[in-house]
Structures are given as C-alpha cells and as structure tokens.
Design a protein around this ligand. Sequence first.
Ligand SMILES: [Mg+2]
Length: 117
Amino acid sequence: MLTVETTKTWLSLFIEKLEMSEKYLNTLDESIGDGDHGANMLRGAQYLKAKLAEDTQSRSAELFRMAGMSFIQKTGGAAGLLYGQAFLHMSQSLQEGDDLLGILASGLEGVQKVGQA
Ligand SMILES: [Mg+2]
C-alpha cells in the first residue's frame, strides 16, 4: 500500500538526488547537448519541492500528478515531458487501483509512449 507519507518521502528523496546531481547531469549533457540538463531538472525539482512543502491535503495520486505537472511546466523540453508523463501515468494507474508494481510499470509505459521507445 502506497501511503501519502511514503509518496512524499519518495518524491523528496528524488528531489534531493537531483539537487546533489545537478553538476554531474550538466556535465553529461555537455557531451551531447548544451550542458543544462541538471539545471533544467533542478528547476522542476525545486518547484515540486515548494509545492510539496505547502501541501497538506493531497493524496498520493494527486502528488504524482503534481510531480508530473512540475516537470512538464518547469523543466520543459524532452526531459520535462518524459519525467512528466511517467508521473502522470503513475497517478492514473494509482487512481485505477493498481499496486506498486503496476504503478511503476505504468510510469515506464508513459515514458515509452511519449519517447516512442
Ligand atoms: Mg539541454
């Protein structure tokens, strides 16, 4: 069972990981792009962090939706869309009553669908 507390902890750990990895992700992006992947991901993560800090009522599915919209709106580009779709699909899957494995599989499906992978 995915509780609100577990969902918030999980999203917070994801945000922390992005905060710690900004420079590393920028460096990786320099080889193939314009070196801003870490900064872009951090922008979405920090927006989500602020939204989570002020939230007291959302259930897990709404938190996943909040995460999806944060990355779509604030990270932007291909990465924002891919992470956004993953979280939006996870939100939908949770609302349909799927278990944790189903939720994660649905997130992957979202990435594959939008990325045509
Ligand atoms: Mg870039």
